[in-house]
Design a protein around this ligand. Structure first.
Ligand SMILES: Nc1ncnc2c1ncn2[C@@H]1O[C@H](COP(=O)(O)OP(=O)(O)OP(=O)(O)O)[C@@H](O)[C@H]1O
Ligand SMILES: [Mg+2]
Length: 266
């Protein structure tokens, strides 16, 4: 089986305005994500982070500007085949309640025509990746999962079919602080191995600094800053970014020290 190359993604002055609203949910967003890059996205509630992800698989349409995948305008792709190449773990999970965990995970591979044995093996592999015992969880329905377990199934589902682009919307929001670092490390391993291009939304600044090759800061629909954790921590371009990413002097020192450790271990 050939795993297709990760997508390059480009936003060019992309804007979104929802019907009946006076302001833009996103305005003039320009950014590029390189193949295999992991971009974390931070910003206040309501700043437009989820909307940014939803534009990429066309759950939301732009009112202005454009988005390109591998240099091709998003509208040129047929929606369904495009979506099958994009893994999407939505905020609030979105598992199908009437399907078991295994059936949820099998949906995209089935639509791609994978043989049954391969689907089953991949289900076990992905459940193990998110630390859920396949023996126990394969046959569960979503209502019999905790919030954090359901989130992990959502991540497993997004990864199932070797996506060329991964959209993760606060994937660890409901996962406890003990398991969270393990899942972060596991996810980083999977993403490095697969070299999947990833947009990762999080409220957790430390998670954004730890996971991101670069970080994008969104504020009221605008891109305030984008850069490596090192660049943004050392030289935040504005007060908003400084306050959000650096915090007070002590926290700033801590975050820089932690980043230095991470840079050494790469
Ligand atoms: N379908 C819609 N119709 C009208 N307004 C919408 C719609 N979807 C989102 N919005 C508005 O767009 C803005 C951005 O929403 P979005 O969900 O992208 O925020 P967010 O940054 O993901 O927030 P959170 O951190 O709370 O998840 C909000 O003001 C929201 O109310
Ligand atoms: Mg959101």
């Amino acid at each position: 089986m050939t795993i297709k190359a990760p997508y390059a993604l480009q936003f060019d002055r992309a804007s979104v305005r929802f019907p009946g609203t006076a302001t833009y949910a996103l305005e003039n967003i320009s950014l590029q994500v390189a193949p295999g890059e992991l971009l974390t996205i931070v910003g206040a509630s309501g700043s437009g982070k989820s909307t940014l992800l939803r534009c990429v698989n066309r759950l939301v349409e732009l009112c202005d500007g454009r988005i390109e995948i591998d240099g091709v305008a998003l509208e040129s792709f047929a929606i369904d085949p495009l979506r099958r190449t994009i893994g999407y773990a939505i905020q609030g999970v979105g598992l199908f309640a009437h399907l078991t965990v295994a059936e949820n995970l099998a949906l995209v591979p089935e639509s791609l025509g994978w043989p049954r044995a391969r689907i089953d093996a991949r289900i076990d592999e992905m459940l193990a990746t998110v630390r859920l015992d396949p023996q126990i969880y394969r046959r569960r329905r979503p209502r019999a999962l905790s919030g954090g377990q359901a989130q992990r199934v959502g991540i497993a589902r997004a990864l199932m079919a070797y996506p060329r682009l991964l959209l993760l919307d606060e994937p660890f929001g409901a996962v406890d602080p003990i398991l969270r670092p393990q899942l972060q490390a596991e996810l980083l391993g999977v993403l490095r191995a697969a070299r999947t291009t990833t947009l990762f939304v999080t409220h957790d600044v430390d998670e954004a600094l730890l996971l991101g090759d670069r970080i994008a800061v969104i504020d009221e629909g605008h891109l305030r800053a984008i850069g490596t954790p090192r660049a943004l921590l050392d030289r935040p371009p504005d007060d908003f970014t400084a306050e959000l990413l650096c915090g007070d002097a002590l926290l700033h020192e801590y975050r820089r020290a932690r980043l230095a450790v991470r840079e050494q271990s790469r």
